[in-house]
Design a protein around this ligand. Structure first.
Ligand code: CA
Length: 228
């Protein structure tokens, strides 16, 4: 999944690029409208994230060019402006969604995924099965050995992240940024507590453990083959 971000604010651009890359997207970031316009018109992306106010070519102009060229790549606008007029203008020009700054990273991620799903690309997985653990994102349903498991919102997001990145060791800092919108591991205890709760629900009463602690590194979810 390829994303283009056009954002002139260094901090916001970097933050988005890092978060979305960690979420598994291939991200191109440009910091001005001219390059953004060029990339948007000449390369193919699954979603384009456009800041409205750019120093040279505005986000609106880029969107206009895209739609004039019959390019219907989903566009998510990011804007510090929040007047109804701006929102209406963006949507009239053919933006698919509109997010007002400041925003939570989880919100951006959710919108991007929705746009991709709606766009029919269907490449972002939304159901997972590892051993007898099954998760359906659209139905918000988790079962193990066919038995329904009820999770809190955070536990659900945490399990989704572990499943999306099955077999990978996820550092606490990554879990913090993806599930709690925290920039770095100021309070990793929160994560350990959540992991413990999640284990209590999906692992404790089953012989085969799926969530593993990787000492000094983080957590991963996988079916471990015997190493001893
Ligand atoms: Ca800007």
């Amino acid at each position: 999944m390829r994303l283009l971000i056009v954002e002139d604010e260094t901090k916001t651009g970097d933050y988005l690029k890092q978060g979305l890359s960690e979420a598994g997207f291939q991200v191109s970031l440009t910091r001005n409208g001219l390059d953004g316009h060029h990339f948007a018109m000449t390369e193919s992306f699954d979603v384009i994230i456009l800041d409205v106010m750019l120093p040279d070519v505005s986000g609106w102009r880029i969107l206009e060019s895209l739609r004039e060229a019959n390019n219907d790549t989903p566009v998510l606008f990011l804007s510090a402006r929040d007047s109804v007029d701006d929102r209406v203008k963006g949507l009239e020009l053919g933006a698919d969604d509109y997010l007002v700054k400041p925003f939570a990273f989880s919100e951006v991620l959710a919108r991007v995924r929705t746009l991709i799903r709606r766009g029919g690309a269907q490449k972002v997985e939304d159901t997972f099965k590892v051993a007898d653990l099954e998760m359906s994102i659209p139905q918000r349903r988790v079962t193990r050995a066919g038995k329904r498991i009820l999770l809190s919102n955070k536990e659900f997001s945490l399990l989704e992240l572990l499943l999306r990145r099955e077999g990978e060791v996820l550092p606490r800092s990554l879990i913090a940024s993806q599930v709690w919108d925290m920039n770095f591991d100021s309070d990793t205890n929160v994560i350990d507590v959540a992991i413990r709760r999640l284990r209590g629900k999906i692992d404790d009463e089953f012989g085969l453990k799926l969530i593993h602690t990787v000492r000094g590194m983080g957590y991963k979810l996988e079916v471990e083959t015997d190493e001893s």
